[in-house]
Design a protein around this ligand. Structure first.
Ligand SMILES: O=C(O)CCC(=O)C(=O)O
Ligand SMILES: [Fe+2]
Length: 255
């Protein structure tokens, strides 16, 4: 998963290569000054959780590393439970294994600084997630807003014991449009920092995302041609892709 601090990202550039490294470095961007994030691919793997921790604490922090690993592992199980329920609800269990195997897990921890004013300032611009499914946890400082299909913005109230699961563009395409990827953003106000963590199931490079034929019929014509998520990201971070925003996938491979 690539965040918004790398606009114009294109395959082959040094920025692109940095995204491909296993431990993703701290992301900051002058255009989104309140936002900082730090992520790791394959987060449920103990070695990756440790490498991630060592970036933050070069002298090591075993406790944090164990928490990162166990949090990612448990949330990856939740991700699989949700995706299994989705697959079963469409009666297409024969695709379950392939579908679950088609992704890996990225953990991203995020910090949004308080803008030191009572008027709301953008923390993260509006977007749809490009991956399969996102599971978010936010601390007690609110800021996440989700847009309904009618265009109304609703605030997601922080809750210590719940997560927000969000469909990404890839799952929208895989279900041939049956599941909606919500447009969402973070707005900050006041002087307190907000922390959040996202566990993203991300389609593997080289895997062609293709809606099962059972989900394509006269009533539901095929919406997207099969596509590779990494190639789609390459397009998304071009000027045309960023301009198209939530419609980027349609522009990239819409039928
Ligand atoms: O921090 C949040 O609550 C949202 C983060 C988000 O939307 C993302 O990383 O894609
Ligand atoms: Fe998001």
């Amino acid at each position: 998963m690539i965040d918004f601090s790398t606009p114009g990202l294109k395959p082959g550039t040094p920025e692109w290569t940095s995204v491909k490294t296993q431990v993703q470095s701290l992301r900051t961007n002058p255009k989104v000054p309140l936002y900082e994030s730090f992520g790791v691919d394959e987060a449920p793997t103990p070695e990756k959780a440790k490498a991630f921790t060592d970036q933050l604490w070069p002298q090591g922090n075993e406790n944090f590393s164990k928490i990162v690993q166990s949090y990612s592992e448990q949330l990856s199980e939740l991700d699989q439970t949700i995706r299994r329920m989705i697959v079963e609800s469409y009666g297409i269990e024969k695709y379950l294994e392939e579908h679950l195997d088609s992704t890996y897990y990225l953990l991203r921890v995020m910090k949004y600084k308080g803008p030191q004013t009572d008027s709301k300032k953008p923390g993260l611009p509006g977007h749809t997630d490009k991956n399969m499914l996102t599971i978010l946890y936010q601390d007690q400082i609110e800021g996440l807003g989700v847009q309904t299909k009618d265009g109304e913005w609703i605030d997601v109230k922080p809750s210590q014991d719940s997560f927000v699961a969000m469909v990404g563009d890839s799952l929208h395409a895989w279900t041939n449009g049956r599941l909606h990827p919500p447009y969402h953003r973070v707005l900050m106000r006041g002087n307190k920092s907000r922390y959040s963590a996202g566990l993203f199931s991300v389609p593997r490079e080289g895997y062609m995302i293709k809606a099962p034929e059972e989900l394509v019929d006269e009533e539901h014509p095929l919406l997207f041609k099969p596509f590779d998520h990494v190639e789609f990201l390459g397009f998304y971070y071009t000027e045309a892709g960023l301009k198209a925003q939530a419609k980027a996938l349609k522009l990239f491979c819409g039928v």
